[in-house]
Design a protein around this ligand. Structure first.
Ligand code: ADP
Ligand code: MG
Length: 402
């Protein structure tokens, strides 16, 4: 392990080290070797995650230690016994005592970081449809903004994300023709998203002309990139329907003086974990395609709603690709899923007194931008994902023309 740039001590033998790996910073668990002045990278079982949990349990509230800040929402005895999370992940997560998950930001993002303020606001509002936040550690570099280096949440045994649970659900519904479960789960999800927004209502402000212009310019930048990267059929569609597409995206420039809030920012089914009896929203790290300074800015609630709705269409496309089912058999499942999510969302938003957060005429524009982003993402990073926007773009444009 390189000599740490900075170190937060966790008890006598453990630490959270910020290390520089060829110009990229990483937050890693560390354990002292022999004399206690040198450190090595800790592995699951070395007790560094346990030491962080002990620190959190012993210091509820906020405490600053040099350039680190520790926020704890937990007291009580700290669990022990570490084991690694083995699913596909960007950072490194350790399960402690089957009760907590410690995520070290080994893939450290430059700040500012949206999660600390969102988790604090949601905790204060007693929002429960998320992995229970136990605490977090932030770090502020000499020359930059505060970022997140470790997050601790309650462990949810058996939790799987929507690219698994929703795909299975859609396939079952298409095969049996019985959409009851899809409708009931997507309704619950709509309620959860409305509760999320209602819980973040303390952050509501009003959009300015500059905000609207930034959203509009961002969408056109995505469109330009998508034009370069799309496969031939979509390139042709983007050309043929350029006028209609431009008109829809241009609507974003009219979103002036509307309510905006510290939303999730990157909401899609992959961020929704499902256990036997609940749906929870995870990952408040913001949208990775935006620069950090933009990830923390308030947006219309429609950004989240569009993200989750459009991802259901993508679930249907994935379900068709990974089974014998035709897109035609999945289309009615997709329609029922989106319809029930939207109905439940609007119903709950009204119930909680926040109906004004819903900006109906922004929804299509943000859905379209999401599909264009999938083209860009697939084109730049994951070519085998391109079949999703290849199917989603014509479907959305067809829906828009109705
Ligand atoms: P990364 O930033 O490394 O991708 P995530 O927060 O997305 O980390 O978590 C990666 C995976 O770990 C999730 O998809 C989920 O399967 C699992 N996971 C994350 N948090 C929890 C939790 N609180 N309980 C159970 N599993 C979790
Ligand atoms: Mg993730």
């Amino acid at each position: 392990m390189p000599v740490p740039v900075d170190l937060l001590r966790l008890g006598d033998r453990h630490g959270l080290a910020i290390v520089d790996r060829g110009g990229r910073l990483s937050a890693v668990p560390a354990v002292a070797v022999a004399d206690g002045d040198r450190w090595r990278r800790a592995d699951p079982g070395d007790g560094t995650a346990e030491a962080l949990l002990q620190l959190l349990a012993g210091t509820p509230g906020h405490s600053a230690q040099g350039r680190f800040e520790v926020v704890s929402w937990t007291s009580g005895p700290a669990p022990t016994t570490e084991r690694p999370i083995t699913v596909d992940q960007t950072n490194e997560s350790i399960i402690v005592g089957d009760r907590a998950v410690v995520k070290w930001a080994t893939h450290l993002e430059p700040g500012p970081h949206p999660a600390p303020s969102r988790l604090a606001a949601l905790t204060a509002a007693e929002f429960t449809a998320m992995p229970t936040p136990w605490g977090l550690v932030t770090w502020t570099p000499h020359d930059g903004a505060e970022t997140l280096v470790a997050t601790v949440t309650g462990y949810l045994p058996g939790a799987v994300d929507g690219w698994t649970w929703a795909v299975e659900l859609f396939k079952d519904a298409a095969r049996s023709g019985d959409h009851t479960t899809v409708i009931s789960i997507c309704s619950s999800l709509g309620t959860v998203v409305a509760d999320l927004h209602a819980s973040l209502a303390a952050t509501v402000t009003t959009s300015t002309r500059a905000d609207a212009q930034r959203w509009r310019d961002g969408a056109f930048a995505t469109l330009a990139a998508a034009r370069e990267l799309a496969t031939p059929a979509n390139t042709q569609l983007l050309l043929d329907l350029a006028e209609q597409i431009t008109a829809v995206l241009e609507r974003l420039s009219t979103l002036v003086d509307i309510p905006i809030l510290d939303a999730h920012g990157d909401l899609h089914v992959g961020q929704v974990l499902r256990t036997d009896d609940q749906l929870v929203v995870a990952d408040f790290d913001g949208n990775p395609v935006l620069p950090p300074a933009e990830r923390v800015l308030p947006v219309p609630a429609a950004v989240d709603l569009a993200g989750i709705l459009q991802s259901l269409t993508h679930v249907a496309i994935v379900a068709a690709e990974r089974s014998e089912l035709s897109p035609e058999r999945l289309a009615p499942v997709d329609a029922d899923a989106r319809g029930s999510l939207l109905d439940a969302y609007l119903h709950r938003l009204s119930q909680t007194g926040h109906a004004d957060l819903h900006i109906e005429h922004a929804l299509t524009a943000f859905r379209l931008q999401q599909v264009l982003r999938e083209i860009v993402y697939a084109g730049r990073h994951l070519p085998r994902w391109m079949y999703v926007p290849d199917a989603a773009l014509p479907a959305l444009l067809e829906e828009m023309s109705r």
